[in-house]
Design a binder for this molecule. Structure first.
Ligand code: D5M
Ligand code: FE
Ligand code: ZN
Length: 468
């Protein structure tokens, strides 16, 4: 630490003051020759009021970095899966989970003009001349060179159809297993599917903030890992209380999972950890999040490295695991998934673990293009459709991972690569990571894009990326 900063801190401490750790970063930005006067002024003024604590916002005020009150920072937690989670019920639970998915998806497509022509899968027989439709969850798909086959399942049974049209074949290849689709059936001589319709996001009317307030999007901090880039994250959090005109407008920080690296998540993880217990990892994470000035609201949802339930949907990080974060006034702990409205802009937060299964089982989907996968997720209107692959899914009575409500921003992480896109008016953000490449990622050729803070102007929807 610079000598002048040290001296300023010592002066205040000797006078009996407690100093918020974020203040240290702020003092570093001050010219050395001004430091002495500033700290004396602060100490004098506070001592008069018998207030012996120098907070981050206090110091910002003294430095003329006043918080612009005209920038709104309203929030509403519109949906948090934590509240809807029940006790898993085994096989029966899965039956009701898929029934719930089917019912919710049907509801999403009921407005389609052809919805009235849908028949039960089991009732469709070869030899019919009528225009028929069917809908259900994708049970199987096979794409060969000249044709494809698709099997869908509804509550009456299954229907398998052949696909000859090249464009439709391609669409079949890109469908996720267990997602909902509606098909047009030609049953004259055999069962052929001539068209595939997905729920998608038709005609989304987007919400915008009235003021040019900014939100920052982060994920995959992996606090506790040897590869966690602490210095860079500190620099970003300090930047938030500094004089940069963009920083002065930030009122929300959204963190979409993998806050800590966890313990026992993969084999021999202890060799890659700096903090060996989740308790220590959360102490560190809390210490860092305290650097964010209190006028900024922070929303934290869990990922597959965080403690609590592993299966999706994931309740918020339990209080006993992250007491420090739960105790912070400007931090809101939500589940995975959750939908939070910030100044009226609806942000869907989802860590994105299902991306692993999607990459494994779907044509044309790669880790390097998470936004392309997020686009398909929006189209399917389901965050984690594939059952029985790598991502554990809990047998909830209600399928809480159906995207019933269309967000303005769909925020995910998990793949450690920043990428953005938009789909029918929904902004897609994969917010990358604050962890350097791990040995595992190196072994599979995944190259992360660490320490890129994503900032969104909630009024204009202009995105900025700031590298730390
Ligand atoms: O995931 C970090 C990255 O590693 C993300 O791109 C997924 C990838 N990953 C994690 N586990 C696997 C397996 N088993 N196969 C392939 N790719 C994987 P994180 O959740 O931070 O560990
Ligand atoms: Fe991660
Ligand atoms: Zn992850």
């Amino acid at each position: 630490m610079e000598k002048s900063v040290r001296q300023a801190l010592d002066y205040a401490i000797k006078k009996g003051f407690q100093i918020h750790p974020g203040v240290v970063g702020l003092l570093r930005e001050v010219e050395a020759r001004d430091l002495d006067k500033i700290i004396r002024d602060v100490v004098r003024e506070k001592a008069v009021n018998r207030d012996y604590h120098i907070g981050l916002d206090d110091m910002m005020g003294y430095l003329g970095l006043d918080v612009d009150d005209s920038l709104r920072s309203d929030h509403t937690i519109l949906f948090d899966c934590t509240a809807g989670i029940t006790i898993p019920e085994g096989v029966e639970g899965y039956t009701s989970l898929f029934q719930s998915r089917f019912e919710k998806m049907k509801e999403l497509m009921r407005e389609r003009p052809v919805a009235g022509k849908v028949r039960n899968a089991a009732s469709i027989k070869v030899g019919s001349d009528e225009e028929i439709y069917a809908w259900g969850l994708v049970a199987d798909k096979r794409v060969d060179e000249n044709s494809a086959r698709l099997t869908i399942e509804d509550t009456s049974g299954v229907i398998e159809g052949v696909i000859m049209d090249e464009n439709v074949m391609e669409e079949v290849g890109e469908l996720f297993l267990d997602q909902f689709v509606m098909v047009r059936v030609n049953a004259r001589r055999r069962i052929e599917f001539t068209e595939i319709m997905q729920p998608d996001v038709p005609g989304h009317k987007f919400n915008r903030s009235e003021s040019e307030t900014f939100a920052a999007f982060l994920s995959d901090l992996h606090v506790g890992s040897r590869f966690f880039m602490e210095g860079e994250l500190r620099a970003f959090f300090r930047w938030l209380s500094g004089p940069d005109p963009y920083a002065r407008r930030v009122r929300f920080v959204m963190i979409a999972g993998d806050v800590v690296d966890g313990v026992g998540i993969f084999a021999d993880q202890d060799k890659e950890l700096v903090q060996q217990t989740t308790q220590k990892q959360f102490e560190k994470a809390t210490q860092l999040l305290r650097l964010i000035p209190p006028h900024i609201k922070v929303f934290v949802s869990p990922g597959n490295h965080d403690p609590g339930r592993r299966a999706l949907p994931q309740p918020s990080i339990p209080k006993e695991d992250g007491p420090g974060l739960w105790g912070m006034e400007n931090v809101y702990m939500v589940g995975n998934p959750a939908m939070v409205s910030i100044n009226g802009v609806k942000v869907l937060m989802f860590h994105g673990q299902s991306i692993d299964d999607i990459v494994k089982t779907t044509r044309g989907m790669e880790y390097n293009n998470p936004a392309k996968i997020m686009k398909k997720i929006m189209k399917s209107r389901h965050l984690s459709p594939i059952y029985g692959s790598q991502t554990p899914i809990a047998p909830e009575r209600e399928d809480l991972m159906v995207i019933d409500d269309i967000p303005d921003v769909f925020h995910a992480g998990h793949v450690h690569i920043n990428e953005f896109d938009s789909h029918n008016g929904v902004l897609l953000i994969n917010s990358g990571t604050w962890q350097a490449q791990t040995p595992f990622q190196e072994s599979v050729g995944q190259v992360p894009t660490p320490c890129q803070a994503v900032l969104l102007n909630l009024k204009t929807f202009k995105l900025f990326v700031k590298q730390f």
